[in-house]
Structure formats: C-alpha cells, structure tokens
Design a protein around this ligand. Sequence first.
Ligand SMILES: [Zn+2]
Length: 509
Amino acid sequence: MRILVASLGLETNTFTPVVTHYDDFRLERGPASLQRIAAVETFQKAGCTVIPSISADTVPSGPIDPESFARFCDEILAAIPPTAPGTAVLDGVWLNLHGAMEVLGQGSGEERLLRVLRDALGFEVPIAVALDFHANNTPAVAELANIVCGYRTAPHTDSAETQIRAAELLIRCIRENLLPHPAMVKPPLLLGGEMVMTGIEPAKSLIDDVRRTASRTDILDAALFCGCAWADVPHSGASVIVTAPERDTAEQEARRLAQRFWDMRREFYFEEEAAQPDEALEVAAATSKGPIFISDSGDNLTAGAPGDSTWYLQRLLDRAGRTPCPTCSVPNGRLPDRPTLVAGILDSAAVQLCASKRPRECIDLHLGGQLNPEPGTQMRFSGTLLQRGCIQNSNGDALGEAVVLRLATTSNPCTFDSSSTIDVVITSKRCAFTDPANYTSLGLTIPDYHLIVVKMGYLFDALRPFAARAILAFTPGPACQDFSQLTFRRVQRPVFPLDDSCEWEASRR
Ligand SMILES: [Zn+2]
C-alpha cells in the first residue's frame, strides 16, 4: 500500500488584521517531515510504503495568503509519484489538518486542499483526515474525504491518538475495499472554546457518547467539533461528522449527536474562573497566595490574536498609579504589591532597540500595536533592562529574541523595592508563554511572581502546577470572549448565542 502523508495546520482568527505567510510556518519537507507525524509508525507496521510530502504548522493567526497556500498545495501534489498509465498512483492519502484554516478571499483551506487532491487523484483513492476539535468544517469536507477523525479532548491531549485512528481506518478501508462517505450535520452553534472543555460537563457526556458511537461495529468513527468562533466565515461553528460503511447509519448518528449538542447549548459555561478585567486585578491584589495567572483573553495568541496589545498593561499601570510612591510620586506598582510579570507583548522594533542597551540601563520606548494598531493598544513605556535572551520551549526550539524590562520612569528612575516590581517581557515573535521553558529560558522564575498576566484563554496544562489560581479576564481584542463586542457579518445566521432564541432541529435539515 502506498500512502501519501501530509500535515498542514493553521487555526484562523479573522478578527485580526494579520495575514499569515509561507515563512511563518515551521516546515519540514520529504523524509524529515515524517519525524513530526505520529501515524507513520502505524503505516510502517502495516507494511505500507509511506510517501512523505510536507509537515507545516504555525501558531493560530490570521488567514493565509493565497500564494503561500498554493505553494503548500503544490508541494503536496509534487509528492504524488509518477506512474504508468492505467495503474493507481496511490492506495490512500492521509492528512493531518487543523480544520479552521482560512485562505484570504478563498474560504476554507481544508476544502480547497481536498479539492486539489481530488482533481489530481479522482474519487477512487480513499482520503483520511485528522482534524482539531476547533475545526470549522464546510459541508464539502465531509463530501471530499472518506474518513474524518477529530480530537476528543479540549485542552488537546489526543492529537497523536487521532492521527493514528485516522491511519488505522485508512488501512482498514483499503484492505476491505471500502470507500465510505461521511455524514455531516452542523447545529447552529458558535461557542467559545473556553466554554467547551471535555473534562467537565456537559461536554464530557457528549464526548463519551461520541466514543460509544464510534465503538459500534457498524460505525467507523464519530467526531464532534466545537469549531473556532473567532472566524467570521459562513461555516464557522460546531459540526458532527460520522463515518460508516452505510451512509444511512452515518446520517442517523450524526443527526442524533448534533441534536444532543444543540439541546445542551445553554449548559456550557467557563470552567476557568472568569471576571471583568479590573475585577480580576482586584482579586489578584486581595489574594495572599500566588502565583495568580490572569489571561488577557481578548489578545489570546492561542486563539489567533496578535499578542501585541498593551491595553491590559495600561490598565494594570493605571491601577498601580492610584497609590503614588511617597518619595518620588511616580506610580509605585502597588497593585498588586507583590511582583508582577506581563508575559509577554510582541514588539520586534522594541526588542531591536534594546539590542544596543546595557543591563540595568533605562530605556524609553514605544510599545505595542505593531500588528493590530487599534486605539488603546499601544503606549510609551519606560523600564530598566533586566534580561535579554532567546525564548525556548521544552523541546529546545528557539522561539525568537526577547527582552525583560522592569517598570521605571525616565524623568525619575524610581527604584522599586523587589516586592512591588512590574516586569514586562517584550518579544520579537508571537509567543504565548504556554510552556514553563519559555520563562526559564529568559531567566524568569515563575514562583517569584505573585501575578502573571498571559495572553491565553484557559491556562495551559503545563502551567497548572505553578498556579495558585487562574482567572480569565474578559479583555477586548480579536479573541474577545464577549461576542457582542465583535462584528460578525459573514457567519450563517441564525446562530446561538448571537441569536439567542433561535430554534433548530436536526431532523429538519
Ligand atoms: Zn484546538
């Protein structure tokens, strides 16, 4: 069996002005690409010949430009081996995709890639696709693929498992000569990912149902997708896709699961403690035990926001300024009155400006709004240079240069005592600080801080062991959790909760 293998991932936020380009992806080609693909061993053990193409992914961001996307498609097509006329080129195609990749002006990237492959290979070659839980599936994805598998965890811990399941099903379909056509049902649900966590109810029971359904002998797989709400596109939102040898069985189960998802719509809530921006800071100031992580969720990098806004930092400084330092009358960082870290704010120009500075030198710079220069997202910032370095993750990958500045003023270089410092990490590339190694690689010790402001939604699992408390703050921005603050023009209406009282029934599709 000859299996073409490709991986291409981008989760798109359409509320950011950022456009994603080819060079923004971490890309491996040919045999090197297989090192990052979990299903390779499954294929090899089954005696398949794996035909590598590309493995490319990047942090959630804005739509990809059409030229970059076409380049990726061409690289995948170029991996299809030439063959003698009349013989099958491939026995199967396996794709690991996100599911919420938008191509600027062209719509779903996953749909376009599947169309390109069908144009080249026809409809007799089975295609299996593994997708993220936050996929915004178009109906065509289910029509163009033969097997669709999806993550069953949020936060995600089953990416490898999902990839392997898609591989096993592909092998089975080739062996048994099956060409299933998955059934998709889209309940009109636009739920923020932070409200649909699979470890708690009601999502837990729903996913248990998906697992039970998938284990039936007449079903190949069942997948339920929350969707990514920060994409104002017609196909944004939830979907259920069931793959079965018999189309009627797949349709019936997809309808049943979609109806159950819809019926639960009012039961979803924020598992994470959530609060208005000022309220979250008050809680941090009033709580004795730290570190307390507060998510600046409107600028959540992991939901595709730019990560360059100083809006919440300004809020923090405004509050700190309410209690001036008695000796020099500049803001003395009294809120909270213990060390605070803001990790981080993207501003490559600011990082560059610091390159020529000495440690402890006072620096005055323009900060923020580099990618999304909205009012209130940028400021003048003065600080002393604490650290300069390269951010790494726990795999040792380099994620860009960064500096750490400690709040000061140029007019009066007030020296804060170490109990009331506000340190700000400024990054040259977009970085969400989800990995403890991101901090330690810059010489920062997480437990040294009482409050740490991060640009995430829910706190990532790797940081949980450090967190005395985690609060999601409803800050403004392209990943705002309050959808009434975002302008949706293209998403299909009516949709819950934008149209709160809308009705829907799976059987009336
Ligand atoms: Zn996801």
